[in-house]
Design a protein around this ligand. Structure first.
Ligand SMILES: Cc1cc2nc3c(=O)[nH]c(=O)nc-3n(C[C@H](O)[C@H](O)[C@H](O)COP(=O)(O)O)c2cc1C
Length: 175
């Protein structure tokens, strides 16, 4: 499994997915895309890719990696998960990001998921906190605006279900 992350939420999600797969007896390698090199190594029974959205776009490293490698992403079960705040409050927007990712990379993953991300006000620097507060102010009711705390919108049950479904597919492919 490989992922791209800026503030760490996609990494946390990747770790939860890995835990579910390991609990079912699978051997899992979790790789930050920045350390993944240029190609997908041979020998994997399945590949999951995850990326977060910033300013309307998925992590550039992931887009470049998938664009280069989508040939080797066929033939084994694959899945992609997208992490964004839109996935929490604006499904249409989150789906638009996903379509854009597919268009940009040319990859058609068999399984996709949209997971809510995190609003980490206490971790952001001044400018980012200000920017994110403005975005949250424009989405009344859906995003928190108290900058003295963090908000995590990831639905962990959905993440676990996604991992269980992928594990079931791997097991079916191996049987
Ligand atoms: C500077 C910045 C810009 C962002 N832009 C968007 C955006 O355009 N659309 C969206 O849905 N979420 C946006 N987000 C929310 C991120 O997708 C969310 O914080 C996610 O948890 C980040 O995942 P990561 O920590 O793995 O990078 C933005 C977050 C930051 C900090």
């Amino acid at each position: 499994m490989t992922y791209g992350t800026s503030e760490g939420q996609t990494e946390k999600i990747a770790d939860v997915i890995a835990d579910v797969l390991r609990a079912r007896g699978h051997d899992v390698h979790v790789l930050d895309i920045k350390e993944a090199g240029h190609a997908i190594p041979e020998g994997y029974d399945g590949v999951i890719v995850g990326a977060s959205v910033h300013v309307g776009k998925h992590d550039k490293h992931v887009v470049d990696f998938v664009r280069r490698n989508h040939g080797s992403l066929s033939g084994v079960p694959t899945a992609f998960f997208s992490v964004s705040l839109a996935a929490h409050g604006d499904q249409t927007e989150a789906e638009r990001y996903l379509e854009q990712f597919k268009d940009e990379t040319g990859w058609r993953p068999e399984r996709t998921a949209l997971f809510g991300g995190a609003l980490l006000y206490t971790h952001y620097g001044f400018l980012k906190r200000h920017l994110m507060k403005r975005i949250a102010d424009d989405k009344p009711g859906s995003l928190g605006t108290d900058t003295s705390r963090d908000y995590v919108y990831t639905e962990w049950d959905g993440v676990k279900r996604f991992a269980e479904d992928f594990a079931a597919e791997l097991e079916a492919a191996a049987a």
